[in-house]
Design a binder for this molecule. Sequence first.
Ligand SMILES: [Fe+2]
Ligand SMILES: [Fe+2]
Length: 260
Amino acid sequence: MDATRLLRELEAFKAERLEPIVGAGLTSLAEASGGEARTLLQTALANEIGVSELAAAWMPSTVEIDVKLAFARQAGDEAGHFQLVADRLTALGFDVGTFRMPAENPLFDYLRGLSTTVERIAAGLFTLESIAYAVNENFMTFCAQRGDAETVRIYAEYIQPDERAHQKLGQRLLEKYVDSPEQERLARETVSSTLPPPLVRRPPSGWGAPAFPGAELRLGGASPQRRGNMPGAMRAERRVRRSRVNCSRKMAAWPGASGR
Ligand SMILES: [Fe+2]
Ligand SMILES: [Fe+2]
């Protein structure tokens, strides 16, 4: 068991899957109207409290004390992010008192069902935080283009450093707790399941409906080229993943993903 090799593999897989999302989001956000910043901030509000609730929900049933405390820290930090975004929305004239959590979120429904420590670390800290970071970078670019320097400052100075720290914490905990081939398999499967499926900017005919701004989502799996680049174990995990969750619905969770 080589945890360093596994982390390298998972990071590369994650980066490959997130790269087109960032590019697609930038394209779409560049076309968005100024008024949409507020809508995106409202979606960010839902995401921050969603991650906070998830980490808090995992705490009582997580035995390992350092992981339990990591979820506690994450829950607290995300609540702080909620407050920062709420304050910004208030400054933009939005009545935060009217905010209500979306009734259903497939991504968080899936994540709440994860029961092992390795799955929770792989999903909540290692992967979800990378998605959040990438989507936030998109949103910051959008705000900068609109001249909203204050929102950019809030994300750059407070939110993004925390998201990065959460992700690093996930790396360290995965390295510590993945200690068998079975744990390794679980980590791979969970990372793949939590990430959205591959996206392309110009889908060929037969590809699925749009699920991310500026991008198209292929519902039937990876292209032959992508399959060729994916490690064999990842291809096997993808088959498992497709039977477990519908990622096209899960991506509705993130600002810059469906907040518009
Ligand atoms: Fe956050
Ligand atoms: Fe975070």
